[in-house]
Design a protein around this ligand. Structure first.
Ligand SMILES: [Zn+2]
Length: 331
């Protein structure tokens, strides 16, 4: 047991020719999602800089005019990682000497037989032989209400996490589990030889709102995007973002509040709504047994409420040794 789990990567990415980016295809979907992001545990989206708090320095979080925000690039990166998990997509991290099924090395801009995986099609890829622009752009997420409740928390130094694991030819994606950070944060001050640092954090229960624009998406791709946000009502789950994920920080729930037209909400001459989006997500899941199994697995395992209710046994909690302050294992 560890505060994270591993999902095997489908061996062969499902590749298609890259779609043109510069013209709007009337047979594809273009629009804007109004999305909320609510913190379920404290969230640390850091800047690397320090802030002064009560005569002491703490590690700072992203702000605009002093108000905490979540940059679009952070949100986009997180959604991409869950879209990769839920599709037959490539592994972007390339390690020396390893066979990597990556579009980074495979994709050749302008080549007649160029092809990219589902997540590179949607989010783009910067390859060694050319780049493909993203079909999705994510704006800054700003708090729904101010002032934003904040706190300062003490966290030990975490090692820079590896996002993938290899066992021979097999590759796994790493996904952090949910839990209650209270048990870790209460124990931190008792750990020897693990010098904690102070971090500013947005408290739980804070809602941020942001816009996600998309062009030239197939209906099932938009469904996959909504699934990757954990925001499809029938397949809801919670995602993790920011710093301190092994200590159960950064559990968030995303929700699609509204679909706004860029020009007109018409696809193939028909109007469409959120209900169509949920149907397209289902159509995406039902298309392939591997995707169906993966979607069920993710929805079962990435549930916040269930994990939050678990309590420590002896001195251990969801992969942590609460006395020694060590957790899981790192490959
Ligand atoms: Zn790819």
């Amino acid at each position: 047991m560890a505060p994270f789990g591993f999902y095997p990567v489908e061996g062969v990415p499902e590749r298609q020719p890259p779609r043109p980016r510069n013209v709007l295809n009337p047979n594809l979907l273009h629009g804007r999602l109004k999305v909320s992001l609510t913190t379920l545990t404290p969230l640390v989206v850091g800047t690397g800089a320090y802030e002064l708090r009560e005569d002491d320095f703490v590690r700072g979080i992203c702000r605009e005019g002093g108000v905490p925000v979540v940059p679009g690039s952070t949100v986009k990166g997180v959604i991409r990682s869950y879209v990769e998990l839920l599709s037959k997509s490539c592994v972007l991290q390339i390690e020396k000497g390893q066979p990597a099924p990556s579009c980074k090395t495979n994709f050749r801009a302008g080549s007649p037989d160029a092809a990219v995986c589902p997540s590179c099609q949607i989010f783009g890829v910067v390859g060694q032989k050319g780049a493909l622009r993203s079909l999705v752009s994510v704006g800054t997420f700003r708090p729904h209400r101010t002032p934003v409740p904040e706190e300062v928390i003490r966290l030990p130094q975490f090692y820079r996490p590896r996002k993938i694991r290899r066992e021979g030819e097999k590759v796994f994606r790493k996904v952090y589990r949910h839990g209650n950070p209270k048990y870790i944060l209460n124990a931190v001050s008792t750990w020897k030889n693990r010098r904690p640092d102070r971090y500013a954090a947005v408290s739980d229960g804070v809602t941020f709102i942001g816009l996600i624009d998309f062009v030239n998406l197939e209906p099932e791709e938009l469904g996959l995007l909504a699934l990757g946000m954990g925001a499809v009502p029938s397949r809801k789950f919670q995602i993790k973002m920011g710093y301190g994920k092994p200590a159960f920080l950064g559990s968030v729930q995303m929700e699609i509040l509204d679909i706004q037209p860029l020009s007109n909400l018409v696809w193939n001459g028909k109007e469409w709504t959120r209900e169509h989006l949920w149907e397209w997500a289902e159509a995406y899941v039902r298309r392939d047994p591997w995707i169906g199994r993966r979607a069920e697995e993710v929805c079962r395992q990435q549930q916040f409420d269930e994990a939050f209710r678990q309590t420590p046994r002896e001195h251990s909690y969801l992969g942590w040794d609460l006395v020694g302050g060590v957790y899981g294992w790192e490959p």
